[in-house]
Design a protein around this ligand. Structure first.
Ligand code: 5GP
Length: 199
């Protein structure tokens, strides 16, 4: 038997805003308490119902810059006009747990982790179409019209990156998309390498 290495997998999940990533992941999370979720830092304002330390660590631009300078981020990027970053401390917490973890980051963040040789399984969630994505963002009603317009424009650019990911899930049916995500996690848990690393 090999050494008792950490067995947890990091699932990096990207998707254009409005593709249904949060809804899918909330369902996955509720069904699998063993799956941990990283909490990123952002300069975006909290939406109604969001809590500091749960969805994000909400920080000022000055605080974010200070943390960048202090080397606290594994990666960070400007997304839709705000700064978002994955904290090294958060990733260390996940790695130390030995559990599987989900990290939600945009295509720039995923590319940065890939370039750093970070071990991960990457998943891209696709909306059925750009029109449907715009409709969902309008229906969600959490962003101002100009913010929605920016997110729709950015979606086209983000969708062009799907081939950089290990897996692609098209979210035209929520139940199927959730099952697809769970199937990916389940398959990773069955890898021979993981069996060998069992403590
Ligand atoms: P939202 O404002 O809708 O919560 O997130 C906007 C975008 O920022 C999403 O694409 C999300 O994946 C991305 N994002 C969230 N946290 C991080 C992070 O730590 N790093 C990077 N690069 N992107 C992030």
């Amino acid at each position: 038997m090999m050494c008792a290495a950490k067995t947890g997998e990091v699932f990096v999940v990207s998707s254009p805003s409005g593709a249904g990533k949060s809804v899918i992941l909330n369902r996955v999370r509720a069904a699998d308490p063993a799956l941990l979720f990283s909490v990123s830092a952002t300069t975006r304002r909290p939406r109604a119902g969001e809590r500091d330390g749960r969805e994000y660590y909400f920080v000022s631009a000055e605080e974010f810059r200070r943390r960048v300078d202090a080397g606290e981020f594994l990666e960070w990027a400007e997304v839709h006009g705000n700064l978002y970053g994955t904290l090294r401390s958060e990733m260390e917490r996940l790695a130390a747990s030995g559990q599987d973890a989900v990290v939600e980051i945009d295509v720039q963040g995923a590319a940065s982790l890939r370039a750093q040789g970070f071990r991960m399984v990457s998943v891209f969630i696709m909306p059925p179409s750009v029109e449907e994505l715009e409709r969902r963002l309008l229906a969600r009603g959490t962003e101002a019209p100009e913010v929605i317009a920016l997110r729709v424009t950015n979606a086209r650019g983000e969708m062009a990156h799907y081939a950089e990911y290990d897996f692609v899930i098209v979210n035209d049916d929520l139940d199927t998309a959730v099952a697809d995500f769970q199937a990916i996690v389940r398959a990773q848990r069955c890898r021979a390498e993981r069996f060998e690393k069992r403590p």
